[in-house]
Write a protein that binds this ligand. Structure first.
Ligand SMILES: Nc1nc2c(ncn2[C@@H]2O[C@H](COP(=O)(O)OP(=O)(O)OP(=O)(O)O)[C@@H](O)[C@H]2O)c(=O)[nH]1
Ligand SMILES: O=C([O-])CC(=O)C(=O)O
Ligand SMILES: [Mn+2]
Length: 625
């Protein structure tokens, strides 16, 4: 019996016809094999029609994975109390022989496939399986990668309809030629709250040889939404093979003088400010999490992999995030996850208004002071509670850039993380290599609630991508360095740090200060302002920032603040170079030699500066040089 005949047996007539219309034997085989294996009671195939999408939405409510809120089109979803973030320990790359690769979590492919198949055998008995088709990147473009998702979670499928472009017609158009990604997910057995129960058997296995990712016994989006972080591991591998960049980056437009539009990408680790930056009200968002950057005729062109936001809700308040606030309070389609609900209204930590003293949240019935099994007080919402919404609903979206099959020209690339004491708020690299190595490859950041485990620990996180890395780090950096050679003019590289603190632990910057750094970077991309050359790159002049603070935020920016923020902290910078160098020398292996040269040059410049000016150097020391 061939695959199509098998499918005819497994599916209802109507569903079968939808599959038959896709002329792709490889797809048929994959579907036949897995539908047989998962043993769902029922299969629903989603085309690109609004009816099929509506069916999935309805099923999320019908099966109780989502519940309606008071505002039309708003729903709430809960993940298990212990399933609130990405599970790094159980996310593994399947590689032949289980070859150990530094910083990557690998497992023998045969063993991993065997284990995951056993966990998934018959796992969908009594459940409905949704077969969905999507595309990464704008459709019918150099960026497009078609993907098929199998899941028994209507919540996961619903999220994907909000976050990704539909792909059924794309599969139809491509026919036999479709090279596609595959995702197989099951939430596994559910408890009475409809959350995954068997968390001890939670597994996310990435088969790099077969472009397939398996995920089981979990619902949290970062572990389950195929086209998000699961696909990301596959696209990083593909990009390195093919010579482009697949990055954990937002993509936004910064509006310069006289209507000039300059596009920036920015890589910061999870929960470190990508969404908040791309959402600055007077600039324009294209994407907030994942970007493809491809060299086209010598130009670095960027596109958003997604078309929606799976954003952190904690701290969203009307002053700092007026646009997100407004969208979250309008009757557009939104899934709130792991928030507090009282009388049909969602609430979250630090939302700037009074929060009810009891209600329902990720822990079930909740009241202020409630403690979990470990004795920790449970806050109203989880720190990693999120909202899922399409970008089309944001008044600040740059729709033309979002849908452009050619993407947009990238003028600048930014790296940043949670760093309390080393990097200044903003600086520009001397050149591509200097930026890639001392900013991207040297990135460190404190861990956050986006992953299970301890928070606030400074960790090596090159390009903000380490959690998702799927090729040896040395190869990834080599690809980055080589990328410049494909360009006539490389984007400028910058580094930012929003998280500097003083001796007492107070932030040195306000949340909106980043709006000023963006304007400064925009001017620098076009050579419109001078800068001060320091041992670690170019930093802004006080006068330019003072003017921009006035223009952008209508605020005074004192010289005292400037001095504090832009002091060159030689001991911390040297210690950082030491740490980074040691990691690359002792732990990574096969690192491009340039990396050590560039770090060494930076160290030399810092040592010379220290000789002349001491440990903590005022920016003005370099101004006259
Ligand atoms: N102190 C401080 N906190 C900030 C600033 N910008 C953002 N944050 C906080 O950083 C957290 C997360 O930021 P997001 O922008 O949602 O994170 P993201 O990088 O998009 O993260 P992922 O979606 O997990 O990849 C929120 O709790 C914000 O309040 C800032 O300038 N200063
Ligand atoms: O993938 C997720 O769970 C959400 C996210 O953006 C991240 O953790 O970087
Ligand atoms: Mn992310």
């Amino acid at each position: 019996m061939n695959a199509l005949e098998k499918l005819e047996k497994l599916l209802d007539r109507e569903q079968f016809e939808k599959i038959k219309a896709l002329n792709n034997p490889e797809l048929h085989e994959f579907l036949a094999e897995w539908i047989e294996w998962l043993e769902p009671d029922k299969v629903f195939v989603c085309t690109d029609s609004p009816e099929d999408e509506a069916y999935v939405k309805w099923k999320a409510l019908y099966y109780g994975e989502e519940r309606m809120l008071e505002t039309p089109n708003h729903t709430v979803h809960y993940d298990n109390y212990y399933d609130q973030a990405r599970d790094k320990a159980n996310t593994k790359l399947l590689v032949p022989g289980g070859k150990e690769i530094p910083f990557l979590n690998t497992k023998d492919r045969d063993e991993g496939l065997k284990e995951i198949r056993e966990l998934m055998k018959g796992v969908m008995k009594g459940k409905e399986l949704f077969v969905c088709f999507f595309a990464l990147g704008p459709r019918n473009s150099v960026f497009t990668i078609p993907a098929v998702q199998l899941t028994d979670s209507a919540y996961v499928a619903h999220s994907e309809f909000i976050l990704y472009r539909k792909g059924y017609e794309e599969f139809k158009r491509l026919g036999r030629n479709a090279k596609f990604f595959r995702f197989v997910h099951s939430a596994g057995e559910l408890d009475e709250r409809k959350t995954s129960k068997n968390l001890d058997k939670r597994r996310i296995y990435i088969d790099l040889l077969d472009d397939t990712v398996y995920s089981v016994n979990t619902q949290y989006g970062g572990n389950t939404i195929g086209l998000k972080k699961l696909a990301f591991r596959l696209t990083i591998q593909k990009a390195v093979k093919e010579g482009w960049l697949s990055e954990h980056m937002f993509l936004m437009r910064v509006n310069g003088p006289n209507g000039r539009k300059t596009y920036f990408t920015g890589a910061y680790p999870s929960m470190c400010g990508k969404t908040s930056t791309a959402m600055i009200p007077w600039e324009n968002i294209v994407g907030d999490d994942l970007s493809f950057i491809v060299p086209v005729n010598g130009v670095a062109r960027g596109a958003n992999v997604e078309k929606g936001v799976f954003g952190i809700i904690q701290g969203v308040n009307p002053e700092d995030d007026p646009i997100i606030w407004k969208v979250l309070h309008s009757p557009v389609e939104i899934i709130f996850s792991n928030v507090l609900v009282k009388d049909g209204k969602p609430y979250w930590n630090e939302m700037g208004i009074e929060i009810p003293e009891e209600g329902e949240n990720h822990s079930g019935r909740w009241w202020r002071g409630k403690k979990d099994k470990e004795g920790n007080e449970i806050p109203p919402s989880h720190k990693n509670a999120r909202f899922t919404v399409s970008l089309e609903h944001f008044p600040n979206v740059d729709l033309e850039a979002l849908e452009n099959p050619c993407g947009v020209e990238v003028g600048g690339m930014i790296f940043g993380g949670r760093d309390k004491d080393t990097w200044p708020p903003v600086r520009e690299a001397f050149d591509w290599k200097h930026g890639v190595i001392t900013m991207g490859a040297s990135l460190e950041s404190e861990t956050t609630a986006a992953t299970l485990g301890k928070e606030g620990v400074r960790a090596f996180n090159p390009m903000a991508i380490l959690d998702f890395m799927s090729v040896p780090l040395g190869e990834y950096i080599r690809n980055y360095l080589d990328f410049e050679k494909k360009l006539r003019k490389a984007p400028k590289i910058f580094a930012v740090n929003y998280f500097l603190r003083d001796e007492n632990g107070n932030w040195l910057n306000h949340k909106l200060d980043k709006a000023v750094w963006l304007k400064w970077m925009e001017l620098r991309v076009h050579g419109d302002v001078d800068a001060i050359e320091t041992p670690i790159g170019y930093i802004p002049k006080y006068e330019d920032l003072a003017r921009l603070f006035r223009e952008v935020l209508d605020k005074d920016y004192t010289r005292e603040d400037y001095e504090k923020q832009f002091t060159i902290r030689v001991p911390e910078l040297l210690a950082k170079i030491e740490r980074i160098e040691t990691i690359y020398r002792e732990k990574v292996g096969e690192v491009p030699e340039e990396l050590f040269q560039v770090l060494e040059e930076e160290r030399k410049r810092l040592l010379e500066a220290r000789e002349k000016y001491g440990d903590y150097i005022s920016p003005s020391a370099f101004e006259g040089e």
